[in-house]
Design a protein around this ligand. Structure first.
Ligand SMILES: Nc1nc2c(c(=O)[nH]1)N[C@H]1C(S)=C(S)[C@@H](COP(=O)(O)O)O[C@H]1N2
Ligand SMILES: [Mo]
Length: 305
């Protein structure tokens, strides 16, 4: 059950060190028991196509974007191991009936973990297919009861310059990393919080212990190492939109017809595909249009990019 604490408590008091190992065992046990089968949404967006085949775990774990650690794609695998993820707590605050600092273990014990096999498309025009382990963000939000005034959700990554070397300067981005969703996007059943991948716990470089995954949006929306979830009346200013508003919009829906100012988004390089394999044609909403197009029916997607 959720133990609610209304003021910040020192992280040293939050969880027993043994709990991290338990969490890992929990993920494995739930998968083994079949509590988790494939997520309801796995692949169904691709009914007209072949079923999704996951990219090799080796690639997904060693080709990452994690700017708090490095501006290249390979070094976070080693550097992120310094991130202290146990104990971990998440502050839920803002326009919500039950704000508090929640122990991650308590949040997870209320959720049923499932596997969600999703396409993942980075704004840099590469893509992969990842079998995440997680639960719908909506299911967590419902437990803390958003107020009717809540229109947006803002997420914040851990700020810990000791383990995240690039947080020590603000040259590239303003830290901590912040992202946001409109409330209906946050409540959409495709939107998950991931605690694992490939049937195991989440590697640190991929956003452990808790990250967002929004499969119809560019990868930068899928914020890693979340310590704060804030329900807001107004749209938050996300990190990338703030740093380059003409390049990265708030919505960041995958859209082959809306180019980045410096490159086309009409196709993508599929990670793990052979050198001679042609690029894949990018699909509107990353192939999830049947599920999510309705969220944007009255919007000009070129303006709200
Ligand atoms: N905190 C944080 N979250 C982040 C990023 C980051 O640099 N810091 N990079 C984003 C980008 S650009 C992408 S493409 C995905 C990459 O996820 P992966 O490294 O697990 O593939 O994470 C997103 N979430
Ligand atoms: Mo990205």
């Amino acid at each position: 059950m959720i133990i609610k604490t209304h003021k910040s408590i020192p992280s040293s008091e939050i969880t027993d060190p043994a709990v991290f190992k338990q969490r890992r065992q929990l993920i494995k046990a739930m998968l083994a028991l079949g509590i988790t089968g494939s997520g309801v949404y796995s692949g169904f967006a691709d009914a007209k196509e072949a079923p999704l085949t996951a990219t090799s775990a080796d690639i997904v774990k060693n080709h990452t974007n994690y700017y708090e650690f490095t501006y290249n794609k390979t070094d976070a695998t080693a550097l992120a191991q310094a991130l202290p993820i146990d104990p971990w707590s998440v502050e839920i605050t803002g326009e919500v009936e039950q704000p508090g600092v929640y122990h991650l273990e308590d949040l997870l014990s209320q959720q049923t973990l499932k596997e969600y096999i999703y396409r993942f498309r980075c704004v840099e025009a590469w893509s992969m297919v990842v079998p995440w382990v997680g639960f719908p963000l909506a299911s967590l939000l419902k437990k803390v009861k958003p107020l009717s005034s809540a229109q947006f959700v803002q997420f914040t990554t851990l700020f810990d310059p000791k383990s995240m070397p690039n947080q020590a300067d603000n040259r590239m981005l303003d830290w901590p990393y912040v992202e946001g969703l409109r409330m209906d996007e946050a409540m959409h059943p495709l939107t998950i919080l991931a605690t694992g991948m490939y049937g195991d716990s989440l590697p640190k470089q991929n956003g452990a212990p808790l990250r967002l995954v929004v499969p119809w949006k560019y990868g930068f929306k899928s914020i890693k190492a979340i310590v704060k979830i804030e329900l807001l009346k107004r749209a938050p200013l996300s990190t990338w939109s703030k740093s380059a508003p003409n390049d990265y919009g708030f919505y960041a829906n995958v859209n082959p017809d809306v180019p980045h100012p410096r490159w086309s988004q009409s196709s993508e390089r599929v990670l793990g595909a052979g050198f001679f394999t042609p690029r894949r044609k990018t699909q509107l909403f990353n192939g999830y249009a049947d599920e999510v197009a309705g969220l944007y029916s009255n919007m000009d997607l070129r303006h709200f990019f």
